[in-house]
Design a binder for this molecule. Structure first.
Ligand SMILES: *Cc1c(COP(=O)(O)O)cnc(C)c1O
Length: 457
């Protein structure tokens, strides 16, 4: 074997310099970027190039499910590698891809019998948006005027232009306004900052009434409504009141509007059930999946849909009803192999049943953390927590965003060996579902310590 020339391996300092100067990191101000280079991982623990260990408190940004280097998942990829690494989904297939599609239709809410694979959450949403529009144009009784979408305030559906169009996070999306298509907004439920006159008891009704008004006026031109059911993650882990998603389903049915459920963040056990829609017995017209679908290993995404939608695309080639859309790596067998193994591990390790004590433990930590004078709200949905820091607990006045309180708490937590990422002034707890109770304690204690250190400094 040829040996690489001596000195070919970069030094530690070279890696850091190249990381600072060459690699352009996502959602990162590179002028202020401080490299943290993770070399390996095991379970919930990440290890950097200096051998420092960190608990992965945000599941490598909301995607890791069963831990890093899980033997079953590692083996699934190796076994697939011995057969074939990639098969195009343009006109060909692969047993692993087919098996994952079948398994997803068995697990998903009723009626979602067809699966379109892509490679990321944003693409899973793009697929649903385009399919919805094309469906209205070519179904038996065509409705070509249905070309507009409804989305929630502060929504986040990914960073491609279609998903940014339906997105509503001012700081991320305002810049690109000239490129975006028209979207109608319905206000996002905000339990912590309810509008004047709205109570926790009537919040569901209030927000559904706002939507109904919009649908009643404009349903003729609305193709679909897109929502992150139960938790609007990037908005700061904002949570929907009970009955809201159920109400969305009823209203969209009544007004002939398709419902797109973006479960990219909340799917695969995050909320305590396999899919968030199950909490409200909702079957959407489109279910968008990514992040946890591969256990957090590979870029795999899927858009599930109904037979009603599927039928509208059938015909001879000359009918031109084909869905002219695809991503080179959609349905990639390596990704599907680890996706299939991820779902098997849910059964083998009874992942959902084992979450019950962890969800209870997280609740205990949040109850204590909520007492802190600068914690305005500590909200939870299953294994998702958002701890909102405020300058004034009485008035709920936020800390100015540029003071980076959330970021500073996370920096402090890092000194305790815990890696977490904030959403502005909201601290996020979202470890792999395989986290142990002890590890969960350490993650919450590090955040709590950080809150004390930063707000009392
Ligand atoms: C992360 C996320 C996306 C985008 O997924 P990518 O894989 O980053 O493109 C879309 N929707 C929701 C709700 C997300 O949390």
């Amino acid at each position: 074997m040829l040996k690489p020339p001596a000195g070919a391996e970069p030094t530690r300092d070279q890696l850091e310099r190249w990381d600072r100067e060459i690699v352009w990191h996502a959602f990162t101000q590179m002028a202020e970027y401080e490299p943290l280079i993770i070399e390996r991982a095991q379970g919930t623990t990440l290890v950097d190039i200096d051998g420092n260990e960190y608990l992965d408190g945000v599941a490598s940004v909301w995607c890791n499910v069963h831990g890093h280097r899980h033997p079953r998942l590692d083996a699934a990829i190796r076994e697939q590698l011995d057969r074939v690494a990639h098969v195009t989904s343009l006109g060909t297939s692969n047993p692993t891809t087919i098996k994952l599609a079948k398994r997803l239709t068995e697990l998903a809410p009723e009626g979602l019998g067809h699966v379109f694979f892509s490679d990321d959450g944003a693409t899973a949403v793009e697929v649903a948006l385009k399919m919805a529009l094309q469906y209205w144009r070519q179904r038996q009784d065509p409705r070509p005027d249905k070309t507009v979408y409804v989305a929630l305030g502060d929504a986040y559906h990914g960073d491609t232009l279609g998903s940014v169009s339906v997105g509503g996070v001012e700081r991320f999306h305002a810049m690109f306004q000239p490129l975006l298509f028209e979207v109608l907004r319905t206000p996002a439920p905000d339990f912590y900052r309810l509008p004047e006159g709205v109570t926790r008891e009537n919040a569901t009704q209030h927000y559904l009434r706002a939507l109904e008004k919009l649908l009643a006026e404009q349903h003729q031109r609305i193709a679909a409504l897109v929502v992150e059911p139960l938790v609007q993650a990037a908005a700061g882990m904002r949570m929907h009141p009970v009955g809201y998603v159920r109400g969305l389903r009823e209203l969209t049915r009544r007004y002939d509007v398709l419902l797109i459920a973006d479960e990219v963040a909340v799917g695969f056990g995050r909320t305590g059930k396999m899919f968030a829609c199950e909490h409200e017995d909702v079957a959407p017209d489109f279910l968008c999946l990514a992040k946890g679908l591969s256990g957090g290993y590979m870029p795999v995404a899927a858009t599930l849909t109904t037979d009603e939608i599927w039928q509208a695309f059938l015909g001879s080639y000359a009918d031109s009803k084909t869905f002219f859309h695809g991503h080179t790596y959609g349905g990639n067998p390596l990704g599907c192999a680890v996706g299939l193994a991820t779902l098997e591990v849910f059964d083998e390790e009874r992942t959902l049943a084992n979450l019950v004590p962890k969800i209870a433990r997280l609740e205990q930590h949040l109850a204590r953390i909520a007492e802190h004078p600068h914690v305005g709200d500590a909200r939870q949905c299953g294994m998702i927590a958002g701890i909102e820091l405020v300058a004034d607990k009485q008035t709920r006045e936020p800390f100015p965003w540029h003071e980076k309180h959330g970021h500073r708490v996370c920096e402090w937590a890092r000194t305790q060996g815990v890696l977490v990422r904030p959403l502005g002034n909201v601290l996020v707890v979202m470890p792999p579902l395989s986290v142990s109770l002890d590890e969960l304690d350490r993650i919450c204690q590090a955040i709590e310590g950080g809150i004390v250190a930063v707000t009392e400094a």
